[in-house]
Design a protein around this ligand. Structure first.
Ligand code: GLY
Ligand code: MN
Ligand code: MN
Length: 438
């Protein structure tokens, strides 16, 4: 992503804010894991979207129409002894050139400088409630101005949720963003193929996870977009299963939900396949329903359709399939109206995808499902889960958990599946697994 694109995003935001306003956006902070060990730093997605700056302890300020430039960054000062341990720090002197921002100051000076920048503006754009400590810091800066009203200071009169304007921008992906997402999806798809190739009974779920992570990193993606789910047998019915510690057994399916990041852009793919390489009769019957539902849902991803169209298409096919197999009773109409299918399909068919795996953007506008438009990216991920606790269901169905998930971009006329390289028909999966030597 070029500095030019980051600058363009800031200028779109500034345009929407208008003059007489200020936006304040803190970076993520380093999170401690245990004692002296920290988690890898991951920049806040809003902050990344507007700067591309990958350092903690930073604050971005945008002041539309400011005479000396609209974009100001507060960041860490250079510190040779800290850099010796933890590596590169850009520092205010270099960061203007590196990022193309207008002005930069040491983060340690923010209390002295920022109230003067807020003073005189009418509106503060800020995402309140995400970080209690930063919320109170913002209020302190406002209070500094309020304490000076008798000397003629003008505190802002209004706080506006920054995320409304910003998340609307993030919802529509540029060509450069889609390129990253395409790469992220392709790398993730290859990881899923790898898992199918190496899968065999006797391995543990985490062995498949390790193949996937190896494949991601080897292909140039350093980070997973979320902890990989590798659930075999009953574990496939636990939607957010991440223990990944069970042994793979012939006769079981394994559900893998894994995606990676490319320049912070997430992929999010699920494939479900038999440990043995061959689907049983019951597994194949349920799998085909999920696949038909997924294909029907993808066909509904096109401009002019609304957000819920893919979900409605998936629900119809899943409910009908479950009735045909005798797993649900009554009519299709009743199953949909009374939502009896939710016993086996309890989640929605997708979500926005982008810098966050569950990306930002409204799903409804003025109380109505939002229309799909070119440049939006979403997942399509129906599933059927027959929990081992469903004792009212014949045993042969229990412990089958299936989800098929692809990443789909809305194009001008229809859609493009970014994750299409990962096989998903029964034939494709069985042939791939038969070909790989075990
Ligand atoms: N991997 C998270 C999800 O599918 O929503
Ligand atoms: Mn998903
Ligand atoms: Mn997923």
């Amino acid at each position: 992503m070029t500095n030019k694109e980051f600058a363009l995003r800031r200028s779109y935001l500034a345009e929407q804010m208008g003059e007489g306003t200020i936006a304040i956006l803190p970076s993520s902070s380093v999170k401690n894991r245990n004692r002296d060990v920290d988690h890898h730093f991951r920049q806040d997605s809003d902050f990344h979207y507007l700067t591309g700056f990958n350092e903690p302890e930073s604050v971005l300020v945008i002041i539309p129409g400011r005479k000396y430039g609209e974009t100001i960054l507060f960041c860490r000062e250079r510190d040779p002894s800290k850099e010796m341990w933890d590596g590169f720090i850009a520092g205010p002197d270099r960061v203007t050139d590196i990022l193309g921002v207008d002005d930069a100051f040491p983060i340690g000076d923010i209390d002295d400088i920022l109230p003067g920048m807020i003073e005189g503006t009418d509106k503060v754009y800020y995402s309140m409630g995400l970080d209690a400590q930063f919320d109170s810091q913002v209020m302190e800066w406002i209070n500094v101005i309020r304490s000076k009203v008798r000397s003629g200071a003008h505190p802002p009169g209004e706080f506006v949720a920054l995320e409304h304007a910003l998340h609307e921008l993030r919802l529509f992906k540029s060509a450069a963003e889609i390129k990253n997402m395409e790469r992220s999806a392709e790398i993730a798809a290859q990881g899923h193929i790898k898992a199918m190739e190496v899968c065999r009974a006797g391995l543990f779920e985490y062995h498949l996870e390790s193949s996937i992570i190896h494949s991601f990193m080897n292909a140039g993606s350093r980070f997973v977009a979320y902890p990989s789910i590798v659930g075999s047998g009953d574990n496939g019915c636990t939607l957010h299963y991440i223990d990944n510690h069970s042994e793979l057994k012939n006769g079981d399916l394994v559900l893998i939900d894994a995606g990676c990041e490319v320049e912070c852009y997430a992929s999010d793919i699920t494939r479900t396949f038999p440990v043995s390489g061959k689907f049983s009769k019951e597994q194949a019957a349920l799998y085909q329903i999920v696949l038909d539902a997924q294909l029907a849902a993808i066909a509904e991803v096109k401009p002019g359709n609304h957000w819920n169209h893919p979900h409605e298409a998936a629900v119809k096919i899943i409910a009908n399939g479950l009735i045909e197999l005798g797993l649900l009773s009554g009519s299709l109409e009743d199953a949909i109206k009374n939502e009896t299918y939710k016993k086996f399909y309890m989640h929605r068919t997708g979500h926005w995808l982008g810098l966050d795996v569950h990306d930002v953007g409204e799903y409804k506008v003025d109380g109505e499902w939002r229309l799909l438009e070119s440049g939006m990216v979403l997942t399509v991920e129906p599933g059927i889960y027959i929990s081992p606790t469903c004792t009212d269901v014949p045993k042969k169905w229990r412990g089958i958990g299936i989800r098929i998930e692809d990443d789909v971009v809305v194009t001008k006329t229809s859609n493009k599946v970014l994750s299409k390289s990962a096989p998903k028909t029964i034939d494709e999966i069985e042939s791939l697994m038969a070909r790989s030597c075990k």
